[in-house]
Design a binder for this molecule. Structure first.
Ligand SMILES: Cc1ncc(COP(=O)(O)O)c(C=O)c1O
Length: 383
């Protein structure tokens, strides 16, 4: 297909059946819609059967169309890491927002108040008494009520210590002017990536039992604590079986990545394959310096670089090595597959969230056909 024709079809949004995967300019971030939908339906029905709420984390995809797809299969809302991400989803009409990171800084709190005026069911998190004061003062000044949960330290990065300290924070939120105590948010990040199902189960159960015990402690003090949200892709089938956890907030299951696949599945399987690889990056071989080397047009700016391993060919055994911002080097010594100039090669990302954040849009394909172009609307929303 000629480039102007491609541009015209994309602009007109009238490309159904007219653009194939092979027409996409590379590097192209692609989601296989059959696999994506299977991942989404599997998680939604698992949590539905377990009687748990489902509020997927949009830090993975930063995309309004994907958040909407989650709501269509029963999600109660959307998690965001940042207030600026939440603003994008609110502006598109979504509610049920949970900002999972504490809001410190007047620009964050002022925006949180403004957003709550429009979306009063938004939940914010605090892990420090001084932060509760900041939120309370801002809400009072605006004459509105904010829903505030405690962010609990259960092995993640932020949060207040479970038990007595958390109870005191809950009491402070409960009595603070213009705040409504929302419950507990407890994200045990490292547990999700523990290798081996039994080890992961032990780690996640230990972490989440701290949250459940804290919930009971708060309830016994006379403060209603009906909501406890947490968990992740790696612990979805562990935390969903824990009494007292009311809602799960996984994100990566939508796309999957090499990192997550390596944590191991149930029954000691080496690969965690409960969810399929829906995300990939299509590249083009744009240099062939020798028989045993092919250079593709995707380097540090096309894949996340935060993991100690490089991208992997979706099918095939040639090894990718980083070769610069815009370059990747394929070592062809280990394969008899012939790779020629202009060939298009598809790779899995080391880590999905930061890879997606490198692109303006994601191409949704079904089989070989382009079916959707979704803007990564909250890309770069870091504040
Ligand atoms: C607070 C919080 N909740 C949920 C998630 C989703 O985790 P995962 O992508 O492992 O499913 C994350 C990811 O970092 C997170 O930070």
């Amino acid at each position: 297909m000629k480039w102007p024709e491609f541009q015209k079809l994309i602009e007109s949004r009238n490309f159904g059946g007219k653009i194939s995967k092979d027409d996409l300019p590379t590097p192209a971030l692609v989601v296989d819609l059959d696999i994506f939908e299977a991942n989404l339906n599997k998680m939604a029905s698992h949590l539905n059967a377990a009687g748990k709420g489902f509020r997927p984390h949009a830090k993975t995809h930063k995309c309004v169309e994907i958040a909407e797809a989650c709501i269509r299969v029963g999600a109660v809302g959307t998690c965001t890491a940042k207030i600026s991400e939440a603003e994008v989803f609110a502006a598109s009409g979504l509610s049920g927002l949970l900002v999972t990171t504490p809001l410190v800084g007047s620009w964050r709190i002022e925006r949180a108040v403004a957003l709550a005026l429009d979306k009063p069911d938004t939940i914010y998190c605090a892990d420090h008494p001084a932060n509760v004061d900041m939120l309370s003062e801002a809400a009072k000044a605006a004459g509105i009520e904010l829903n505030v949960a405690i962010d609990l330290l259960v092995g993640g990065r932020t949060g207040i210590e479970p038990g007595k300290e958390a109870l005191q924070l809950a009491q402070k939120i409960d009595t603070a002017a213009n705040l409504r105590f929302a419950g507990i948010q407890a994200f045990a990040g490292p547990c999700a990536h523990t290798h081996g199902f039994e080890a992961r189960k032990g780690a996640s159960e230990a972490a989440m039992s701290l949250a459940v015990d804290t919930r009971i402690l708060i309830e016994r003090s006379g403060i209603g604590c009906r909501w406890l949200s947490g968990s992740s892709t790696g612990a979805y089938n562990i935390d969903s079986a824990i009494d007292g956890v009311t809602e799960l907030q996984p994100g990566s299951f939508l796309f999957m990545d090499i990192d997550y696949a390596g944590i191991g599945g149930i029954n000691n399987s080496v690969e965690f394959d409960d969810f399929g690889f829906s995300l990939s990056v299509i590249t083009t071989v744009f240099s062939k310096p020798s028989k045993s080397v092919a250079i593709v047009d995707a380097g540090f700016k096309a894949f996340s670089t935060d993991r100690p391993f490089p991208p992997r060919l979706k099918t095939g055994d040639s090894k990718y090595n980083w070769a610069g911002d815009e370059h990747g080097r394929l070592d062809l010594n280990a394969t008899d597959r012939s790779v020629e100039l202009g060939d298009r090669l598809e790779f899995l990302a080391p880590h999905c969230d930061p890879t997606v954040n490198l692109y303006d849009s994601i191409y949704g394909v079904r089989g070989q056909q382009l079916e959707a172009v979704w803007k990564i609307a909250a890309r770069g929303m870091t504040t």
